[in-house]
Ligand binder design. Structure first.
Ligand code: NDP
Ligand code: MG
Length: 382
């Protein structure tokens, strides 16, 4: 029996993780955490019977507590609650399916408590990879990628040493606006940006996919996960999203992982690694697919990707600025307070005014986040 805890259980990755649990009776859920979706959480508690559940606000936790008073589940709240779940003695694996930098502290706490991490929350690695990766090594825990591209790289590596890697090829669908010009992007509305051609995901990552910021975050995520320099991580646009990413070795051999776009595969692979389990769902049909195509990303129109390389090249606290500025800008765009093209503009502006701190600690990372939020609020209210 493998016991797992899930942060962000009511979201896109969280609910698909629970689907994997439904299909594998030797997985048990010991803890769940969400933001404000009390009703969904109640349903999950009744179905999966965790020991502990967490809601972000005390108010939501109180509501949940009264709804599940008939069950032996402890309800906790806020960062304290997330940290309690992260170190829960019974849990072996923590699935980090929460969105944003809020995942940093629980991930660190879980590693220190010796839990393996099934990592979906890329913002944590982007901003604190220099802390997370050495810490995981020190505590002998595995960071198992859930992000489909990184799972594909992990599967294509299959234990080969990093010094045999010539390049990592991250594939990108190109998002819903592939091929458009900046002029055409000026009037993009929230509804347009939320229509991803191949994947159904949470709102924030769907916007990030349309701006190519998601791919930028993934470049930095790959750098930390696989210990490969930035200049050996390339992005190739592959609109069919069938090749999930590739590893090119020193001898020119390229290994890839292919499949239909279904996040349950990387989730299940992370939870059972190195085992492979049967999985339902539609399988890849090469005859139906017919062809696969590839393009260079248009980094002039989609500046989000170029800015990620710049942030990672500077390093230190700059990737935090890139990520925090994007988190804030996307939230403002979703609330219709800024236009679509202001997202990369605000990221670029925030990066320009920031003096990077070398090797920032968690407090400095979180202070940088706050400072970036304030900078952007000031800009938008001007
Ligand atoms: P969703 O927005 O669908 O879900 C986010 C989850 O986090 C929800 O359960 C939400 O709860 C919870 N949450 C939000 N704020 C808090 C908080 N303050 N405290 C506790 N829980 C909170 O996001 P996704 O599932 O799409 O993405 C999750 C992470 O996985 C992101 O980092 C994303 O980049 C990454 N990822 C996602 C992929 C996908 O296919 N969706 C693919 C690869 C990576 P509530 O419902 O109550 O708001
Ligand atoms: Mg991805």
């Amino acid at each position: 029996m493998k016991k797992i805890a899930i942060l962000g259980s009511t979201g896109s990755i969280g609910t698909q993780t629970l689907d994997v649990v439904r299909n594998n009776p030797d997985l048990t859920v010991v803890a769940l955490a969400a933001g404000s979706s009390v009703e969904k959480m109640e349903g999950q508690i009744r179905e999966f019977r965790p020991q502990v559940a967490c809601m972000w606000t005390e108010e939501a936790a109180a509501d949940l507590r009264s709804r599940v008073a008939d069950l032996p589940v402890k309800i906790v709240a806020g960062m304290e609650g997330l940290l309690e779940i992260a170190v829960l003695p019974d849990a072996q694996v923590l699935v980090t399916a929460i969105v944003g930098m809020i995942g940093i502290r629980p991930t660190i706490a879980a590693i220190e408590a010796g839990k393996d991490i099934a990592l979906a929350n890329k913002e944590t690695l982007v901003t604190a990879g220099h802390i997370i990766m050495p810490l995981a090594k020190k505590h002998g825990v595995s960071i198992l990628p859930v992000d489909s591209e990184h799972s594909a790289i992990f599967q294509s590596l299959n234990g080969e040493p990093a010094d045999k890697i010539a390049k990592i090829w991250l594939t990108a669908s190109g998002g819903p606006f592939r091929g458009r010009t900046s002029k055409e992007l000026a009037h993009i509305q929230v509804e347009d940006a939320l229509k991803h051609p191949n994947w159904s995901m949470g709102r924030k990552i769907t916007i990030d996919s349309s701006t190519l910021v998601n791919k930028g975050l993934e470049v930095i995520e790959a750098k930390w996960l696989f210990g490969v320099d930035l200049d050996r991580i390339r992005v190739v646009v592959h609109p069919q999203s069938v090749i999930h990413s590739m590893v090119e070795y020193v001898d020119g051999a390229i290994m890839a992982q292919l499949g239909t776009p279904d996040m349950r595969l990387p989730i299940q692979y992370a939870l059972f690694y190195p085992d492979r389990r049967p999985m339902g769902g539609k399988k890849l049909d090469f005859f139906e697919l017919g062809q696969m195509t590839f393009e260079k990303p248009d980094t002039d129109t989609f500046a989000g990707l170029k800015l990620a390389y710049q942030a990672a090249t500077v390093g230190g606290s700059m990737p935090t600025v890139y990520n925090a500025a994007n988190e804030k800008a996307v939230a403002l765009f979703l609330n219709r307070r800024i236009s679509y093209l202001e997202i990369p503009e605000l990221i670029a502006g925030a990066m320009e005014q920031h003096k990077a701190i070398d090797n920032p600690g968690v407090d400095e990372i979180l202070q940088t986040e706050t400072a970036v939020y304030e900078y952007i609020e000031g800009k938008v209210n001007d």
